[in-house]
Design a protein around this ligand. Structure first.
Ligand code: UDP
Length: 235
């Protein structure tokens, strides 16, 4: 394996599968199987999951809600997704721990860095819920922050596109995929990898970002093995 410890970022929308809202149990099971495959190889895996399939703070604010209140709702949405993912992983026999940035001791452990690392060392998949615990941030930033805190080798951004393209491949048929890019190139070309807060945090802390298609079976394992899947962004 090329990587020993990674952080996998999944968007909330990914959990919708073919639905327009909420959680698709079939998709969840597929992800759990992909994850099982790499954990059984001995990979230390932490996961951050978004909440966009349930609620986004910016949408709430656009509809007239107080932004901070709306972001609190968004963070709670990530907790719902984290619990759903935890359940799906446990159904596959994977040991997991869910740690929340917002304390809610009945349903998740509080995030304690040293404890998170200990779980990983013991082979447990750690799901970080509740984003960063602060409004005005995204789960991409939460994922980057946690990846740095647990000293992950890379952040794996599982999307429905198999990497970073010269243009949006869903709109432009001539778009081609980059195998690798530097942070500087991404910035200069105006490519969209993660929001700028998350992006600069990765850059400043030398955390490689790998964008890959999580919906293609076997892809997660290929990334871990260092195969040419997706796009890697490094300094
Ligand atoms: N959120 C937040 N602080 C964080 C992470 C998330 O306030 O540190 C809120 C924010 O409202 C966001 C929502 O949670 O819209 C869901 O997260 P995100 O949009 O990143 O989910 P994704 O797009 O990955 O599904």
């Amino acid at each position: 394996m090329k990587y020993k410890r990674v952080l996998l970022k999944l968007s909330g929308e990914a959990l919708m599968g073919t639905q327009n809202y909420g959680i698709d149990s079939k998709r969840l099971k597929e992800y759990a199987n992909e994850i099982k495959d790499v954990v059984e190889q001995g990979l230390q895996l932490a996961i951050v999951i978004g909440g966009g399939n349930i609620f986004r703070g910016v949408s709430g604010a656009a509809a007239g809600m107080d932004r901070v209140q709306a972001d609190h709702m968004g963070m709670l949405a990530t907790v719902i997704n984290a619990l759903a993912l935890q359940s799906a992983l446990e159904n596959e026999g994977i040991y997991t721990r869910c740690m929340s940035a917002i304390e809610m001791n009945k349903i998740a452990e509080p995030f304690i860095r040293r404890r998170a690392i200990r779980h990983l060392e013991k082979g447990r998949v750690v799901i970080f819920a509740g984003g960063t615990g602060n409004p005005y941030f995204t789960t991409d930033t939460a994922a980057t922050l946690r990846a740095i805190e647990i000293d992950a080798d890379a952040i794996l951004k599982g999307t429905r596109v198999d990497g970073i393209y010269t243009a949006d491949p869903e709109k432009d048929a001539t778009a081609t995929r980059f195998e690798s890019l530097s942070f500087k190139e991404v910035y200069e070309k105006g490519l969209n990898v993660m929001d700028m807060t998350a992006f600069t945090l990765s850059q400043e802390n030398n955390l490689p970002i790998i964008v890959f298609d999580m919906n293609k079976p076997g892809n997660l394992k290929k990334v871990i093995l260092g195969e040419n899947v997706g796009t890697i962004v490094t300094n």
